[in-house]
Ligand binder design. Structure first.
Ligand SMILES: Nc1ncnc2c1ncn2[C@@H]1O[C@H](COP(=O)(O)OP(=O)(O)OP(=O)(O)O)[C@@H](O)[C@H]1O
Ligand SMILES: O=P(O)(O)OC[C@H]1O[C@](O)(CO)[C@@H](O)[C@@H]1O
Ligand SMILES: [Mg+2]
Length: 798
């Protein structure tokens, strides 16, 4: 039963904020709920959940519930949505929305955060547009009084896009789409092994009602042979096209064939293309002569269930926080927003426009205007489509080939420690080079390999790539061509330059971490002395630490976060099951606290210690006191496992073991503490879907970039600062930055990290959402003369 009277409005700026999930569930929705509830409470509001999507809003009663801080404890690591979701028929109709409006007012709900897909947000937009009419009608029908509706004249709504389909315009990713993609890639990887063993073909159907994002991205990440998506149906002779591509792949020796089909796939005339149809084509020798032993796998709801990947956990958390901020910033004039992400930047955008644009895609598909449908999807989508087409069939895209005089000998080298996506990037670069007519050359085992093994017999470390071998690298972890931290100057730059001349490199593509950045810096500086080094060179950052200047994202950092999150989930389970236990987990990351902080955000750590901030005795004391309070207020029955993350270089003195010992000592047998070190597990096994797909997109951009300098003289090349560059994601854009500029202005060489680390502001969010008390700021360390003076009592600053 709904209450008969709305509760009194809250004092000050406090609002009653309700959170709802709607449409198909998606991994990460629980992270959004946790973030909205806790941020709302922290900002002095009352937090509510509407259970069962719009159904709960229509029915009211017990489906609208007030939530407390601890009600959402542990939700980050749960799959699906813990407040239920539904596809609600009643909400499509005005009477249903009228009832929903009445329940909102009677429960005193000022604002609504809705996490759902395109349908849910279309419904939200309609509800918002109709709101004044709805509450007016409720007064006319005497269901509510004018006085009762007075405080609720404006409906304050914010949309969060939660759906595995990634079908909403205006945002690059929806909450849940990368988790679904991860699951698809995992399944395709499994299938590949059996397909290869039997030399079979598999037709794999993936979800995505009207959107091919999942199918396309899985195609890019897994190197599938052929992909069908609704936005870009193949030409009318698609049967012949598919058979030609697959026959070509078989001819070069591939033992497996993977065809991915989105459930909404159709031909150019709107006729559905089914998995069965494809199976018949591939297996029936009379159709196109392939006669492949073919099986169909429909992945179904496996794609939607399960826990969220790290990205969906921190995306949903950050977007949940932003949703509450948007509510509290809103005035009656503010257009209703939804929270988007573009590349790496979370933004508020008008919901109305996104809904219009999303509908336009559907209209364009219905009208069979596929070019328009592709244009209306985000730029990333078209980029990935192009990337897929270029990397799938290297010898078939003859229209992309360059004239012979433009062909380059492009060397590819891995430098630093292994990181997920390095092989996928190499595969994509090689495919692109072959498509364009370039010669891609592998330098095995980094600069050490080049200097000391280039002319080994029978095979030296400098050799052309073999496509059949490389084609299988899309999902491989580690580095297939080998990598290490050696810098070119260690062998003498003159010698390295001699080898560049000997092998006639026209361009260099480096993939790696801070050492790769350092190596490129050395090579760039040496261009003044050695003509053979006057070639275009570009770096694709790849390191789990994500500490390369010039980018906010390095390949491998996502894989690492997923490993850490999986590890922390297990440890947290142990901590919870043992009750009253704290684990202090030491992460890698060099002198950058990025992975510790992002993992902390993704698992709900009570504290994260980073090298940027350091560790201090007052900080530890405050955190230990906080833990004492938490456990004192804990009944012992709640599943109160706690995690603290500490970066390996956060402090020279306080390491994970020492901190765990201190906690245990101070706990005086009231709770327990343990330390745990995941170590090199953090490099990951199979790279994440995000690292694999981004590797492909960025690697192709890198080779395209090198091509621009193909005919430059030494002088002209040196004049152009972008001839030595680093590719990066910065905010909402993918950019090439001149190395010289990044080296000189953006690099903290001593600490081997960017001067400004974009993620530093996230630290406060980790603390807020875990309820960590304000920790006393550390003293600024003194150094040099001022430190000496202070120690001698000669300085005021002590
Ligand atoms: N045009 C609309 N008008 C009113 N309500 C709508 C509209 N479209 C959708 N809704 C409401 O939103 C609910 C969920 O929509 P839908 O089934 O399209 O899923 P979605 O939000 O797009 O999520 P997903 O596609 O990821 O499953 C519907 O059951 C309905 O209650
Ligand atoms: O779970 P249901 O209701 O069968 O819906 C399946 C649909 O939901 C989604 O998983 C999300 O929209 C689609 O990809 C799929 O077509
Ligand atoms: Mg939808």
């Amino acid at each position: 039963m709904a209450p008969h009277q709305p509760p009194p409005t809250l004092p000050g700026k406090g609002k009653r904020i309700a959170m709802m999930t709607s449409g198909g569930d998606s991994p990460g929705m629980n992270g959004a709920i946790r973030a909205v509830i806790r941020t709302a409470i922290e900002r002095g509001c009352e937090a509510y959940c509407i259970y069962e999507g719009y159904e709960g809003l229509v029915q009211g009663g017990n489906l609208i519930r007030k939530m407390g801080w601890s009600d959402v404890r542990g939700w980050l690591s749960e799959g699906g949505t813990l407040i239920g979701t539904a596809r609600c028929m009643a909400f499509y109709e005005r009477p249903g929305r009228l009832q929903a409006a009445k329940n909102m007012v009677l429960n005193g709900i000022d604002a609504l955060v809705i996490c759902g897909g395109d349908g849910s947000l279309t419904g939200a937009d309609k509800f918002r547009a109709e709101w004044p009419g709805l509450i007016e009608e409720l007064v006319q029908k005497k269901e509510l009084t004018a006085q009762q509706i007075a405080p609720y004249k404006h409906l304050n709504i914010v949309g969060l896009v939660g759906s595995i389909d990634n079908d909403m315009s205006g945002t690059d990713a929806t909450i849940g789409c990368f988790s679904a993609l991860a699951r698809i890639c995992e399944m395709v990887d499994y299938i590949e092994a059996t397909a290869s063993s039997h030399s079979r073909a598999f037709v794999i159907e993936v979800m995505g009602r009207h959107c091919g994002w999942l199918a396309l991205m899985a195609g890019v990440a897994c190197g599938a042979d052929f992909v069908f998506i609704p936005e870009k149906p193949r030409a009318d002779d698609w049967q012949q096209e598919m058979c030609k591509v697959i026959a070509e792949h078989r001819k070069i020796g591939k033992r497996k064939t993977i065809v991915l089909i989105a459930e909404g796939a159709h031909d150019r005339h709107g006729n559905k293309i089914s998995a069965e149809q494809i199976k018949v084509l591939l297996s029936d020798p009379t159709k196109c002569g392939l006669s492949l032993d073919t099986r169909i796998t429909t992945l179904g709801h496996v794609q939607r269930g399960g826990t969220a990947v790290a990205y969906d956990r921190y995306l949903s958390t950050l977007q949940g926080v932003e949703a509450v901020n948007a509510i509290l910033d809103a005035t009656p004039e503010t257009p209703t927003p939804f929270i988007a992400i573009n590349e790496n930047k979370i933004t508020r955008k008008p919901l109305v426009q996104a809904v219009i644009d999303t509908k336009e895609v559907a209209k364009a598909i219905d009208a069979q205007d596929y070019d328009r449908a592709m244009k209306l999807r985000d730029t990333e989508f078209s980029d990935f489509y192009e990337a897929y087409m270029t990397t799938t069939a290297t010898s078939l895209n003859t229209d992309l080939a360059l004239p012979a005089q433009k062909h380059m000998r492009i060397a590819i080298i891995h430098v630093g420690a292994p990181a997920g996506g390095v092989n996928a990037a190499t595969r994509a670069a090689v495919a692109y080079c072959l498509t364009r007519g370039h010669t891609p050359i592998a330098i095995h085992n980094g600069f050490a390999g080049l200097a000391r093994h280039h002319d080994d017999k029978p095979v030296g470390s400098v050799r052309e790539f073999d496509w059949l071998e490389v084609d299988g690298w899309a999902s491989r972890g580690g580095s297939e061509i080998g990598m290490n931290r050696e810098l070119p100057e260690e062998s003498g730059m003159a010698y390295i330059a001699e080898l560049f001349a000997k092998y006639k490199f026209d361009g260099l593509f480096l993939i790696g971490g801070f050492e790769a950045f350092h190596a490129l810096s050395q090579l760039r500086k040496a261009q003044t002395e050695y003509s053979s080094l006057c070639i275009p060179m570009t770096l694709l950052p790849a390191t789990i630490s994500n500490n390369v200047p010039g980018t906010e994202y390095s390949l491998g950092s996502d894989t690492c976060l997923n490993e850490l999150v999986a590890y922390c989930d297990k440890i947290k389970q142990s901590a919870s099951a043992s009750r009253r236990r704290v684990f202090v987990i030491e992460t890698q990351g060099g002198r950058s606290g990025y992975i510790a902080t992002l993992a902390g955000l993704s698992v709900g750590a009570v504290a994260v210690y980073t090298p940027e901030e350091g560790v201090h005795i007052n900080m530890l004391a405050a955190d230990i006191n906080h833990l004492k309070d938490v456990f004192a207020n804990d009944s012992g029955q709640s599943r109160a496992g706690r995690l603290i993350l500490i970066n390996e270089k956060a402090s020279k003195v306080y390491n994970g073991k020492l901190i765990a010992d201190m906690i245990r000592e101070e706990a005086e047998n009231r709770f327990e503490a343990r330390d745990s070190v995941p170590g090199h597990v953090q490099q990951g096994g199979t790279p994440s879907a995000m690292d694999r797909t981004r590797a492909v997109r960025l690697a192709i951009k890198c080779i395209e970039h090198l091509e621009k300098f193909e005919d430059r003289s030494d002088a002209k090349l040196k004049e152009d600062p972008l001839s030595s560059s680093v590719i990066g994601i910065k905010g909402a854009s993918v950019v090439f930055s001149p190395m010289k500029d990044v080296e000189q202005n953006e690099t903290d060489w001593k600490n081997r990290r960017p001067k400004d680390e974009f993620w530093m502001y996230l630290k406060a969010t980790v603390d807020t959402l875990s309820g960590r008390p304000a920790v006393p700021p550390p003293h600024k360390p003194l150094s040099g003369i001022s430190a000496k003076d202070a120690k001698r009592g000669l300085s005021a600053d002590n």
